[in-house]
Design a protein around this ligand. Structure first.
Ligand SMILES: NC(=O)C1=CN([C@@H]2O[C@H](COP(=O)(O)OP(=O)(O)OC[C@H]3O[C@@H](n4cnc5c(N)ncnc54)[C@H](O)[C@@H]3O)[C@@H](O)[C@H]2O)C=CC1
Ligand SMILES: NCC(=O)COP(=O)(O)O
Length: 330
């Protein structure tokens, strides 16, 4: 299988050190990966670095050194202090990684975290990787319902988001029948295609407390979510009516479904990160390329101290490999 390509993310955050630690953990046992980023910054993480030209070169260098496609940063990195002047290079790295995946030179993309505020300050106009990668791949063919849908997964929980990075007061107007239905279709198709689940079971989380309490605590369940669930079932998708979100994520409840369709960011991310912060992975569904990421952010408070845990990055690398295999990557 072709190597995965990893992006460095925010260079002043934990990205470089968790990538170096992931290579140390995986160099003898996992499929090769290549990093796009500043080779000197990676050398400073204490790992041997092999500068390579294309992802394919990673295959024969990976066992002895971290393969890096060198893209120097314009400004020196001060650990813990992001510099917006480096942000365009961060975006360029993501774009190049995606182009390797689109051309088939890479089997997928694993992104280290970016710091959103300095990216926005430098003119980056996307809420995050998810929407940026969707735009970069918009013209590529895709055999199914197109996303992006953000999914966070840890252990046996897959939580998928109808709305992503929006202020809470905007959520109710964005929870439309069209958006909920599209999210469920993308998730249903992806569970079959990328996760080899033959008959996916979806659970829909309600928006309001007690699933609206028959309309007394909100009308979205009656007006939008119950009709959408009925329509999706008519299409052959196994999905529940909206269930109270407060009782959807404990052990016994999780055993009843393969993925939860969640209405907003924290409804999905709090259970995942509480269940397993170290093993959590962020996955972009419904795109022509495979993309995963650790569930955490840039960790500026701990960057450079040697205490950042690579577990979530390692889980993201492993999951991207499994998804690429499920998609039949060469
Ligand atoms: N996929 C991405 O690009 C993501 C980017 N972010 C960005 O990260 C920045 C910081 O966000 P925060 O909310 O502070 O979340 P954060 O995940 O960076 O930090 C939250 C807490 O977790 C700890 N932590 C994070 N990664 C760790 C690791 N590998 N090992 C040990 N401890 C770790 C931090 O020290 C901190 O105490 C923001 O700019 C945000 O936009 C946040 C989430 C995902
Ligand atoms: N809270 C999740 C997050 O910020 C990840 O966003 P993205 O960069 O993966 O789109």
């Amino acid at each position: 299988m072709r190597p995965l390509v990893l992006t460095l993310g925010e260079p002043a955050g934990v990205g470089p050190e968790i990538i170096a630690a992931s290579w140390r953990a995986l160099s003898t046992e996992a499929a090769p990966f290549a990093v796009i980023g500043d080779a000197d910054l990676m050398r400073r993480q204490g790992v041997p670095v092999a500068e390579i030209m294309t992802p394919a070169d990673a295959a024969y260098r990976f066992a002895s050194a971290l393969p890096v496609i060198h893209r120097p940063l314009p400004r020196p990195v001060e650990v813990g202090r992001p510099d917006p002047a480096n942000a365009p290079s961060v975006a360029d790295g993501i774009e190049e990684a995606v182009s390797f995946a689109l051309s088939g030179e890479a089997s997928g993309v694993v992104t280290a975290p970016i710091a959103k505020a300095p990216m926005y300050a430098s003119g980056f106009r996307f809420p995050g990787h998810t929407e940026f990668i969707a735009e970069l791949t918009a013209d590529a063919p895709y055999p199914g319902t197109r996303g992006p849908v953000m999914m966070l997964t840890a252990q046996n929980l897959r939580a998928c988001l109808v709305t992503i990075h929006v202020a809470l007061d905007q959520v109710p107007e964005l929870v439309t029948a069209e958006r909920v239905a599209r999210t469920a279709r993308v998730v249903h198709e992806s569970l079959k295609r990328d996760f080899a689940i033959a008959r996916p079971r979806l659970a829909m989380a309600a928006l309001n407390p007690h699933a609206g309490e028959g309309g007394a605590l909100g009308l979205q369940e009656i007006d939008i979510l119950i009709p959408v669930a009925r329509q999706l079932r008519a299409e052959g998708i196994d999905i529940t009516d909206p269930r109270s979100a407060d009782t959807l994520f404990h052990d016994e409840a999780r055993a009843t479904y393969d993925a939860a369709i969640c209405m907003y960011h924290d409804q999905a991310l709090i259970p995942v990160k509480t269940l397993d912060f170290w093993g959590g992975v962020n996955v972009s569904l419904g795109l022509p390329v495979i993309r995963t990421s650790p569930d955490h952010g840039t960790g500026f408070d701990i960057a450079g101290k040697g205490i950042a845990r690579p577990d979530s990055m390692i889980a993201a690398i492993r999951l991207a490999s499994e998804m690429a295999k499920a998609r039949g990557a060469r």
